[in-house]
Design a protein around this ligand. Structure first.
Ligand code: AG3
Length: 284
């Protein structure tokens, strides 16, 4: 069987792998000052957002990514009040953060306002919580936002970015981590999307090194399936300012009053278990 023109394909040239979704009907395409954004309707994965040729999210499987970037970090913090999201323009991460009743304020610092406007139009369910009084939207450079933030003013920082090339590269680097460390309170922590455990173990290793280099006291990576990203397997890396990332508010996670479709307390504990090759790649 061959792929006809109706398939959307993301090619990861360096990795030598591609992923295709059938029946992709283009609904919208535009070039913003920052990137190319495309929206498709697919046959079996619902609406699809693509930035610079890379799958950002589909209706069908974005819940896994968003829940796993947000809930392990927030349940690992004793009382997350003030949260910053860097990137995350589609508002899926924001929606999950706002599910936590302890959260008093969330800023979403997204470089490209068009991502959010298109999400409002094509992914309204991800934007369902945007009118929440605790949410604030900043459209501009997240790195500058963190630099300007007062010291010890945040409990949790979540980095929901594109791949570490171009604009997002600076989000995977020690100078940015140092600014995050400064902006976090002593019991604060951050979580960053950290690409594929199988394809990008070296990148994850570098992240660990740089988080520790700038003074984070513990760093841990969790993994989860993400069908529509290269290799179908993805990760998030957490870094805590002081103390260890060990244990979490298990009872709160078990008794949470909001719905999740992937995350639960057992998944939280299991997601940090590292396959042997990854443990070796990260720590040997
Ligand atoms: N952030 C994009 C993760 C990177 C995907 N990479 C790829 N397809 N090559 C996800 C945005 C969802 N809020």
């Amino acid at each position: 069987m061959t792929l006809d023109a109706s398939w959307f394909t993301e090619i990861a040239p360096g990795e030598g792998i591609a992923l295709s979704l059938r029946g992709a009907r283009k609904l919208h395409a535009e070039q913003t000052p920052f990137q190319t954004i495309e929206i498709y309707e697919t046959e079996t994965f619902g609406t699809l957002m693509v930035i610079d040729g890379c799958v950002m999210l589909t209706d069908r499987d974005n819940f896994v990514y968003h829940e796993m970037l947000v809930h392990p970090a927030l349940f690992s913090h004793a009382a997350p009040r003030d949260v910053l999201i860097v990137g995350g323009g589609d508002c899926g991460t924001l929606r999950e953060v706002l599910r936590h009743p302890e959260v008093a304020s969330v800023v979403q610092a997204e470089m490209d306002e068009r991502v959010t406007r298109l999400a409002e139009q094509y992914f309204p369910e991800l934007c369902a919580a945007n009118a929440d009084a605790r949410a604030r939207f900043y459209f501009g450079d997240g790195i500058q936002w963190v630099k300007a933030a007062p010291a010890a003013s945040l409990d949790v920082i979540l980095i929901d970015s594109t791949d570490p090339v171009g604009a997002a590269e600076g989000l995977f680097a020690a100078p940015f981590y140092a600014e995050c460390l400064r902006a976090l309170r002593t019991d604060g922590l951050m979580a960053q999307q950290s690409e594929s455990p199988l394809l990008h173990a070296q990148l994850i290793r570098n992240m660990h090194t740089e988080f520790r280099q700038v003074g984070f006291s513990d760093v841990k990576t969790l993994t989860f399936p993400q069908v529509t990203y290269p290799s179908g397997w993805w990760s998030a890396t957490l870094a805590r300012k002081q103390g260890e990332i060990a244990g979490f508010r298990r009872l709160d996670a078990e008794n949470r009053l909001f719905p999740t479709r992937y995350y639960n307390a057992a998944i939280h504990a299991a997601a940090f278990a590292l396959p042997t090759f990854l443990r070796d790649a990260l720590f040997r």
